[in-house]
Structures are given as structure tokens and as C-alpha cells.
Design a protein around this ligand. Sequence first.
Ligand SMILES: [Zn+2]
Length: 309
Amino acid sequence: MPLQRSVVRNFLDAPRLTSADLSMVFLMREDDDTRPRPMPTLTVREVPETVRALESLGVKSVKIFAGSRVRDARASQGISPIGLMSRAIAAAKKTAPDVLVMTETCVCSHTDSGECWLTDERGGMDLSQTIVNLTVQAVMQADAGADIVGPAAMISGSVRAVREALDSAGHKAVGIMPHLIFESSLYQGYRQSMGAVPRSGTRAFQIDPGRPERAVHVAREMVDEGADAILTEPALHTVDTLVHLKDKIPVPLVPFSVSGEYLRLTDCRDDGRRDVKGLIEAYTVLKRAGASRVITYGALDIARELRTS
Ligand SMILES: [Zn+2]
């Protein structure tokens, strides 16, 4: 016979998804950049109001992505202390110091090629210069107030280099959450929104879904280099890997529910918002599978939905 008393049911039920489990994605754009994009974006001016709304609903963290309008082969705008990323971080931190700010640390939104690596004079990959750029970006993001930086190029040695750079710049308390990325067709909405479509058509270091053992190897290497947590993406297509890693990796695992998941699992409602019930179901699966948090474009709408349900 089913238990009728709600107090008993609540006591016996498995933990539900809560707003504190979620991190909100901010895709930044400049105020006068009105180019239509497939994904929702935000200006620096809109950051304080959005962060306040998230905090009031119990969402305690954000993940910021920001590119440069002027791009070159060296990704030089990516290390500008007055760039969009720094201004967005500072706006969020000034508004709500207790809301954790995470960043993406990569060159693909700053290179004219859209690739996650810089080139040498012969056009080949220049991984050592790429890592230097990542370390400068990480320190700049920490200077602006970031709590956790996110090396996303999956270049071996980059997490260690970022750790050393943060430490020598006096940012020992700033964490590192590198991205562990599987190849997928679900990133298009993000790439088009951020102008980060790789010229070569592929991301060189991402994991072939047919070789999941490689994910374990790379995750171990990231932890050895100093990762404090690991972001996995796409979220739903890597649930099996999440479960495997949970047993093998001694740091929190944080799936990033990418643009394709957001666009496919939500429906447009009459009021212009999206119906996020499908995301709530999906993220409950992730929580059951061992996710420490879930990074999602739908955090604000989900938090609103959870409050009323
Ligand atoms: Zn990248």
C-alpha cells in the first residue's frame, strides 16, 4: 500500500533536484551587438539583475563564456584585462560576492580560426604558446574575481601550467575545473552564438565516443596536474562515463548540459519562456548518477519551476 503521509514520503524519497544543484550559463555579448544567435545571451549591463534573480532563487553559481569581437591568430584580445570576460566576472562578483563565478579559459572565442590552439609561423599547432595564453587568461580571470577557471582546450600540461601561474600570481585559493569533452553534434548552438566554429571542422583533442577509456585516462591526467573538479560534456551522452569516473576519480564531477541538449529538451511556451520540465527530468538522472552540480542554460527557469512545483 502506498504511503499516504507526505511527511513520511518526503523522508523516504531520494533527494530531489534543487536550485543549489544548478549553475547558470552566461554567454556574454557586447551591448551594441545585436546579431541574432541560437542561444540566449547576456550583456554586462544585464549581469547584476540576473545574478540577483539567481541568488534569490537559490542558484549559487554561474559559468561565464565570453569572446572577443576583434580576433587574430594570437588570440590577443582573450588576455585583455578590460575584455568582455573580465567585465562580466567583475559585474557578477560585485553584485553578489557569495555567488561562485566559474569561467571558460580557452582561445577559440578569440582566434580568427575559431580553433582551441594557436599556430606557429608555418601554420602548425603551437601548443606551448597556446598554454602560455591560457595561463595569462586564467590569471586575468582570477584578478577580475573568478573563483574557478576552466581550461577547455584539453591540451596535456595546460592544467598544471594554469595551477603554477595562479599560484605564482597569489591566487592559490582559485580552483581549476578543466573540461572533459566528448566529440558531439550538440555544440553547434554554442559555437554559432560565440563565433567559435573551428575552421578545421573538428576539435583536435576531444574524446571519440567510441573510446570511453580515453576519458578515464585524460581525467586522471587532469587530476594529477591539479584539477579540483572536472566538467564533463555533453551531459546526457556521457552519463555512463560519469558513473565510471565517480569510482575512479577523487574530485567532484560536474556535467555541462550543452546547447543542443537545452534546445532539444525544452519547448517554447506562449509567454516566450521555455518549458524546462524535460531538463528537470534529465538533471535528476545526472544527480542520481553522481553529478555534484549541473551547469545549464536553463538554471534560472528551472529554479522558478522548482519553486512553484
Ligand atoms: Zn576552445
